[in-house]
Ligand binder design. Sequence first.
Ligand code: ADP
Ligand code: MG
Length: 270
Amino acid sequence: MTDQTLIDCREVNVHFGALHVLKNVNLDIRQGETVGLVGESGSGKTTLGRSILGIGPVSSGSIRYEGQEIAGRSPRERGTAGSEIQAVFQDPYTSLNPSMTIEDILIEPIVARRRQSASEARRQVRDLLDHVKLPADAAHRFPREFSGGQRQRVAIARALALSPRLIVCDEPVSALDLSTQARVLDLFIQIQQETGVAYLFVSHDLAVVRHISHRVAVMRGGEVVEFGECDQVTARPNHAYTRRLLLAAPVADPVRQAKRRAEFKAMKEG
Ligand code: ADP
Ligand code: MG
């Protein structure tokens, strides 16, 4: 483990009753990098993200944040790691309180952590809105007044309010149309360049993960079956399952896509 390692998951297991949902998962995330976590629905991606966030159980194994054990500890029990690991989820409409203005939504985490004047907190809200490229007058509006992409920007601003070092992004663009997806992905990349925050970027969509990730982990049936540099995993995968995911991923060129579909079908049958 290098001193750049931010999160180190070792042999993590999660059981829900008789269901063995995470099986000896090993995964590390370095400072300032994006680790993409890809895999079909039900493979355990969200469960792993929730374990890292401290909002889901860990049956055994270790999760270290800068060397400190945090597995099975709630955000409150984690000290600084509790605020330095934040989340952005798929559906901001359910995660943003509809009766609060954007300003109230963003002030809440700021005031909860640091004691400061209302005017100082409002100034920070303006900075956060600026950071996610929402207009200053967004502060006095409500979540329902925004589009899906804008609401996701509010969710990103709320995650940034606590100066996180890691954001677990669980399918954060999956509910958005393609052009909005591209703009929100670019925002994630820009924020990382500006702040040095690391992402665990969870998606069932390999095209999205390939666009944003430095390294990619592939999950199947609760196991990480492949983990490596993005180029290597997405261009020269070692595991047959990754090759199948790649063939199933949409590519822009319809001719290539038809060829891929045929290859995918042959592989499934073969
Ligand atoms: P993914 O995010 O890759 O779609 P999940 O982590 O949500 O997968 O789910 C992995 C497996 O764990 C699924 O079989 C799911 O039904 C099960 N699971 C997830 N959360 C719970 C829970 N709280 N109780 C029981 N089973 C769960
Ligand atoms: Mg999920």
